[in-house]
Write a protein that binds this ligand. Structure first.
Ligand SMILES: [Mg+2]
Length: 223
């Protein structure tokens, strides 16, 4: 598989939904940052999705969802737009996303769904209600949430704190997760660069060299 430096490779996507169950709850807000394989931004896309009265009722009946969407102003924009009939349907939003994939991607080459929780959350909603988008996606996902949790478990710390106080609108969250993916990517690339390679042997040799140097510094400082 060849990667053109300027070609779309990843769709960093974040949905806001009327609830957690893709069989019952609709997608109401979509944010996407399209990037190259190097995580350089090619385009941004954001759209609310027309909400039916049933969807608005579902939001109102779930305190956590209602609170989140009221605080950031999403609910008000959603109600105003849906009442005025000015918001696109999910199928129309899907069309626009596919247009962007066709415009910036390589014909016949699938793109990778990226973001936080996308493998387990957003992918379920795509599978349930956006079959044409699904057909454009690789079967794997670049889920930065997996990296974040693994890093926290291993170190007791967050690598970056961008996830604290997330705005919970699609495009803002998508941007935050691209930044987080870049932080991990930069760290991995820098480590492999310093080690002269990316195998476990390369990395271990680098870490052992650092450790030996630290011991020497310690000896020098205590003499
Ligand atoms: Mg979000």
């Amino acid at each position: 598989m060849s990667h053109n430096k300027h070609t779309l490779a990843n769709l960093h996507l974040d949905f806001e939904t009327a609830g957690l169950d893709e069989r019952m709850h609709d997608i109401v807000d979509v944010g996407i940052v399209g990037t190259t394989a190097d995580l350089n931004t090619i385009f941004e896309f954001t759209s609310l999705v027309h909400a039916t009265p049933r969807t608005l009722t579902a939001i109102a009946s779930q305190p956590i969802v209602h609170q989140m969407m009221s605080t950031n102003g999403l609910l008000e924009r959603l109600i105003t737009g849906s009442t005025a009939g000015s918001l696109p349907s999910l199928a129309e939003v899907e069309d626009r996303i596919i247009d962007l994939i066709n415009e910036f991607g390589t014909p016949g080459v699938k793109v990778t769904l990226a973001g936080s929780g996308v493998a387990t959350f957003d992918m379920r909603f795509i599978r349930a209600s956006m079959p044409r988008l699904l057909a454009c996606l690789n079967y794997w996902a670049a889920d930065v949430g997996v990296l974040r949790r693994e890093w926290l478990t291993a170190t007791g710390d967050d690598l970056v704190t961008v996830n604290k106080d997330k705005p919970h609108t699609g495009i803002d969250d998508a941007r935050i997760h691209v930044d987080e993916a870049r932080a991990f990517r930069h760290m991995f690339a820098r480590l492999a660069d310093l080690a002269g390679g990316g195998t476990l042997e390369d990395i271990n040799a680098l870490l052992e060299a650092v450790e030996r140097q630290r011991m020497r510094d310690l000896v020098v400082s205590t003499v």
